[in-house]
Design a protein around this ligand. Structure first.
Ligand code: F6P
Length: 355
């Protein structure tokens, strides 16, 4: 055992000392860490653990549930139900928010989570993750839907776990973004990445390029310029990455910079985007902003959106500050008519994309 290693518990005691709310928040994050260790143990067993494959059920999004989606969801629900710190929860895998049994629920917090993000990767042994967002619960009454539907800027804490070659937990309580690596033999999360800072500039972008024909012109412009490389307006070459796991994508950006996009597109015009605001975009944006990056829809800051429903979708552009600002500028240029170059016939009807 190395001397001087900072465990997650010690770190939280130091960061959150003071009010009873802060003490409880520290305790809640320790509970979440225990849940993440359990999910990490399940995911790492792979085929040996009888946890791979799909079930016959679908979630509220109409997506087929994987066994691990359901097992991870149960792990989170049990953690919050038994911990006595949470008054209600909402999950990607549950249609409506659930009140925690009042016998346990003197809790000060609401927990919103995606128990297993990127689950199309499970069966092929590629990194997946869990994402969580913590809000303040109302005092002295049962939470209502409106208590959950609050902008991401009021989150008390947010974070994710990545189940990769190493399991890591990355968290923020609004005092920077910090990364912890699971020491599997000892069972502790150890502070390995204090005060993560995303470089403001990058030469790496991540987007599902098979959707290119459905993108809006500002996104087409950005990606076209990146691909054109050093002899064009960007003056340098770019790399593209796509893991199809938002957690893995954002984690890479926290480690070395980059920009991640799942923008608004025309593939299914009834959807504002693919990713979900409350348990994907909001917590990941808080983590990214606390590391010096930005999170935007292209037209507004993600954390300023007033949610209308728990499973609301939203366009997401996340990462290195100067790149996100550039993409926002391209949206403004397009919306104001200042840039006509990327107006394809698909996009001539602006009302299709009206906010
Ligand atoms: O549900 C979210 C998610 O799995 C993200 O983790 C990931 O970024 C995205 O969907 C992958 O989308 P696609 O299947 O279009 O590549």
């Amino acid at each position: 055992m190395h001397q001087g290693r900072t465990t997650l518990s010690k770190f939280l005691i130091q960061q959150l000392k003071g009010s009873p709310e802060q003490n409880d928040l520290a305790a809640l994050l320790v509970d979440i860490a225990a849940c993440i260790k359990a999910i990490s143990a399940m995911t790492s067993k792979g085929m040996l653990g009888d946890v791979l494959g799909s079930l016959d059920t679908t979630n509220v999004q109409g997506e087929t549930q994987k066994k691990l989606d359901v097992l991870s969801n149960v792990a989170f629900i049990n953690t919050f139900s038994m911990g006595g710190l949470v008054a209600g929860l909402a999950s990607e895998e549950v249609d409506d928010p659930q009140e925690i049994d009042p016998r346990d629920g003197s809790g000060r917090f609401l927990a919103i989570f995606d128990p297993l993000d990127g689950s199309s990767n499970i069966d092929v042994n590629v990194s997946v993750g869990s994402i969580f967002s913590i809000l303040r619960a109302p005092e002295g009454r049962t939470p209502t839907l409106d208590d959950y539907l609050r902008p991401g800027s009021v989150q008390l804490a947010a974070g994710y776990a990545i189940y990769g070659p190493a399991t890591m937990m990355v968290i923020t309580v609004g005092k920077g973004t910090h990364g912890f690596t699971l020491d599997r033999e000892v069972g502790n999360f150890i502070l390995t990445h204090p005060h993560i800072e995303i470089p403001a500039d990058t030469s790496e972008f991540a987007i599902n390029a098979s959707n290119e024909r459905f993108w809006e012109p500002p996104v087409q412009r950005y990606v076209t310029e990146c691909k054109a490389g050093k002899n064009d307006v960007r003056g340098r070459d770019f790399n593209m990455r796509w893991i199809a796991s938002m957690v893995a994508e954002v984690h890479r950006i926290l480690m070395r910079g980059g920009v991640f996009m799942y923008p608004r597109d025309m593939k299914d015009p009834s959807k504002a985007g693919r990713l979900r605001l409350m348990y994907e975009a909001n917590p990941m944006t808080m983590v990214v902003e606390q590391a010096g990056g930005l999170g935007s829809t292209g037209r507004s800051r993600i954390l300023d959106i007033s949610p209308e429903e728990i499973h609301q979708r939203v366009p997401v552009i996340l990462g290195s500050r100067n790149e996100v600002e550039r993409i926002e500028r391209y949206h403004r240029d397009y919306d104001s008519g200042a840039d006509q170059r990327y107006t394809s016939p698909l996009f001539q009807e602006r009302s299709l994309f009206a906010n």
